[in-house]
Design a protein around this ligand. Structure first.
Ligand SMILES: Cc1cc2nc3c(=O)[nH]c(=O)nc-3n(C[C@H](O)[C@H](O)[C@H](O)COP(=O)(O)OP(=O)(O)OC[C@H]3O[C@@H](n4cnc5c(N)ncnc54)[C@H](O)[C@@H]3O)c2cc1C
Length: 440
């Protein structure tokens, strides 16, 4: 469906209560809780359901190591995950088998202890493992580890299954999801949103949520709303079925792995991602300065044809113009083969149970990142009735159901059960210091 014209569905709706832009986990989880509350909702997706980040991620669902500002929201999310399969009547590969970060340096152990301090008020089950306990978990023998941070109540799910299953549940409750339908812009009257303009025509709506993932900055720029957001490319591989080492999703310094439902593992490199320099990098240099400084070790910075592709991309358009969203139905970047070969070699060399691991498939995703590496979850001041849920900065899969619940409350009642002020859009412009948090 790359950059093709799509056909207008015969029963294209003329109106709804809430229109949602983007059928990733943020858009679909919000639609799910709205539909459950009886609110008419239509989700509009330029490509296919969860075609971008939400099906390409590692599948980790974790409180562990979260930015302290995200803890109340992820705690709400982890109340939803354990019963989601029953609620939506589908197998999504949920397993509450913990998350573990292994330390190979004293500095990492100190960071883990510091994070436990941030988590203390929430009485989580996170704790430090001794080197012996870590070895027992990983089947290793001594010398390498200094211990680990472990949270038994964290979990994992199959990214390819979760959002399509939520989408089916939305439809069973009377909500609509329309694939191959890009939203071009908003309809606005007297400072209030009155609907969306799509490639197939207008849909009137009282509220609109932008959950457009890595496209949110571009969509909002056309409306005159600045959203500092950049994209980084992150590569992943999956292996053939292999013996069980541990059920816990585990970060080992040079690689990270998660047991898959098919008996293989999802594996990625040391958390490092590739940032291709694009025109927005210059536009947003100031707000991103701290994030870039902090991740200079992990981030491979490159210049490629993407710079000129984005330079040539239209930044402004009207409701009748074909937009960049119709030209790229699904963002499908090439994985970094060298980075993945390194990760696989590290996995084979580190864990005795992984010596014979064989790669089956690889892929990449474009992660949308904000300057402080936490999302934007808010109502926009102008136009009224417009909401944003985006910028999950590489950890929105686990947060997705919680973010959906909180956004549905914000849209329906004007407030959510968790204080969302840390996630307001205005923080980028009111002098708030952009301090990203990294636990490892
Ligand atoms: C390799 C990788 C590993 C990751 N690992 C983890 C992990 O283990 N745990 C974790 O919690 N998170 C992880 N993440 C992050 C997580 O996947 C994302 O934060 C989350 O999926 C973001 O969801 P979203 O709904 O905001 O965006 P997306 O899933 O990207 O969805 C946005 C959707 O909006 C659509 N769209 C955009 N513009 C328009 C438009 N104008 N009209 C219509 N549709 C539009 C897009 O086509 C897309 O489908 C990882 C991400 C990657 C790439």
């Amino acid at each position: 469906m790359a950059g093709t014209q799509s056909t207008r569905p015969a029963d294209f709706p003329e109106r709804t209560e809430v229109a949602i832009i983007g059928a990733g986990i943020a858009g679909c989880a919000t639609a799910y809780f709205l539909a459950k509350a009886g609110v008419p909702v239509v989700v509009l997706e330029k490509g296919r359901i969860a075609g971008e980040q939400s099906s390409r991620n590692w599948g980790w669902v974790r409180k562990q190591g979260r930015d302290p500002r995200e803890l109340p929201a992820i705690i709400e999310s982890l109340k939803i995950w354990p019963t989601l399969e029953q609620e939506i009547e589908a197998d999504i590969g949920w397993k509450q088998a913990g998350v573990t970060y292994v330390a190979t340096t004293q500095a990492q152990m100190a960071r883990f202890e510091e994070w436990l301090g941030f988590a203390k008020p929430y009485q989580l089950d996170s704790r430090l493992l001794s080197p012996k306990e870590t070895d027992e978990m990983l089947g290793t023998s001594g010398e390498r580890t200094l211990g680990a941070l472990h949270t038994p109540s964290d979990g994992r799910a199959e990214p390819a299954k979760v959002v399509p299953a939520i989408a089916k549940a939305i439809e069973r409750m009377g909500g609509r999801i329309i694939e191959g339908c890009a939203v071009r812009t908003l309809d606005i009257e007297a400072g209030r949103v009155t609907g969306v303009v799509t490639e197939h025509g207008r849909i009137a709506a009282s509220s609109v949520l932008c959950a457009a993932g890595a496209w949110s900055a571009l969509f909002n720029r056309n409306l005159g709303i600045t959203l500092p957001q950049l994209r980084v490319r992150s590569s992943v591989l999956r292996t053939r079925p292999a013996p069980l080492v541990t059920e816990s999703a585990t970060w080992c310094g040079t690689f990270a792995f998660r047991r898959r439902q098919d008996g293989g593992y999802t594996i990625a490199g040391d958390g490092g991602s590739t940032f291709e320099i694009v025109p927005d990098a210059f536009r947003f240099f100031r707000p991103f300065f701290n994030a870039l400084k902090m991740s200079r070790k992990d981030l491979r910075i490159r210049i490629s044809g993407e710079f000129f592709r984005q330079l040539a991309m239209p930044k402004r358009w009207g409701p009748d113009d074909v937009t960049p969203f119709e030209r790229t139905r699904v963002l499908d970047p090439d994985p970094d083969a060298a980075e993945l070969a390194k990760a696989l070699a590290a996995a084979r060399a580190t864990l005795p149970g992984f010596v014979d691991l064989q790669m089956e498939e690889s892929w990449a995703g474009m992660i949308d990142v904000t300057p402080d590496v936490i999302p934007v979850l808010c109502a926009v001041d102008q136009p009224k009735g417009y909401f944003i849920a985006t910028g999950f900065s590489g950890h929105g899969f686990g947060l997705g159901p919680g973010a959906g619940l909180l956004m549905s409350e914000l849209i329906m009642k004007g407030e959510a059960r968790v204080d969302l002020s840390a996630f307001r859009l205005g923080r980028f412009f009111d002098g708030t210091r952009m301090t990203p948090y990294a636990p490892i």
